[in-house]
Design a protein around this ligand. Structure first.
Ligand code: SF4
Ligand code: SF4
Length: 310
């Protein structure tokens, strides 16, 4: 069985406890305006061109067997993406690493082999495997098969999800999961729609059902000024989480602007260059705001909390 992977990060320390291997899958059903991994959104391979690394040598134009690369009036490269067959010849030809192919189809065996290489580190650090995205559950069968095999190997399995899927999808994968990293954005339904393109009724419903399951939960909240950093949102979040018996932590993730260049490299049309620049100026990470949020979230009554800024 194959899945579309966009990155495998070994020795990861930010995606659950201990030292982990994080497998990032391509495909997402939310459109968060602050997304820092826009190359994870579509469920197909995509060509990325990084203008700032390109020296205009033209090697990629010569290498492309389908003649889909040309130079425009401003001497910048233009890609006829509709006719690109993702063969990767231009990536190999570019000596400046200015072109990348986002996404690789990989076998379950291949992924599990890579994960298994670091078993000793997992055992010594209390780490394991994390599958993230995008929304990994869009490739549910692939996720389930990897988790099934790693669980058999005694590896700790963590699923990073926004839970915007049918409950039956979560239910199928849960028997193989030890910890859920539950990504929550904002409690207000309309604000959630404005900033992610989707309402959050299903997410909150699934979150409540997860709280009754035999699985640990860490809630992760990207702190986006003017979207979710209000006292009202933090109070509502704390109230919502107050009866989650298996909640072992809440992590606040500062917003950063990494996604802006990546978005431009993919020529995303969902957000224009103008609005990206405007938003990236508006959404500055703020430790002061996060400190205020932490104090409000401390009202959550759980056995162990790890309020952390990562
Ligand atoms: S991936 Fe292949 S077809 Fe697409 S632009 Fe590069 S060389 Fe041409
Ligand atoms: S080969 Fe690389 S550096 Fe040269 S023109 Fe193409 S993208 Fe730019």
């Amino acid at each position: 069985m194959k899945g579309l992977v966009f990155n495998i990060q070994r020795f990861s320390i930010n995606d659950g406890p201990g030292i982990r291997t994080t497998v990032f899958l391509k495909g997402c059903n939310l459109r968060c305006q602050w997304c820092h991994n826009p190359e994870s959104i579509n469920v197909h391979q995509e060509l990325q061109h990084f203008d700032q690394l390109c020296i205009g040598c033209g090697a990629c134009i010569e290498a492309c067997p389908h003649s889909v690369i040309s130079t425009g009036d401003d001497s910048k490269l233009e890609f006829d993406r509709k006719h690109c067959v993702k063969c990767g010849a231009c990536v190999d030809a570019c000596m400046s690493d200015a072109i990348e192919l986002a996404g690789e189809y990989m076998d379950v065996e291949e992924v599990v082999e890579t994960i298994a290489k670091d078993r000793e580190y997992y055992e010594n650090s209390g780490g394991g495997l994390t599958i993230s995205g995008g929304e990994p559950l869009l490739q549910k069968d692939f996720v389930k098969e990897i988790f099934r095999r790693t669980k058999d190997m005694g590896i700790h399995n963590t699923l990073d999800t926004a839970a915007h899927v049918d409950w039956s999808v979560l239910e199928e994968v849960l028997p193989y999961v030890d910890l859920i990293l539950l990504d929550m954005k904002v409690m207000d339904h309309d604000k959630h729609f404005e900033s992610t393109g989707r309402f959050n009724h299903e997410i909150l419903e699934n979150a409540k059902r997860l709280a009754d399951e035999d699985v640990d939960i860490i809630v992760r909240i990207p702190v986006i000024p003017s979207v979710n950093d209000t006292d009202e949102n933090m109070d509502r979040t704390a109230a919502f989480l107050s009866d989650f018996e298996r909640l072992v932590g809440v992590e606040l993730l500062p917003y950063h602007t990494l996604g802006v260049d990546k978005n431009l490299s993919l020529v995303k049309r969902c957000i224009s260059r103008h609005s990206l620049n405007r938003k990236s100026r508006k959404w500055k990470p703020s430790r002061r705001v996060s400190a205020g949020m932490i104090s409000r979230l401390r009202s959550v009554d759980v056995s162990w909390n790890s309020f952390s800024l990562i």
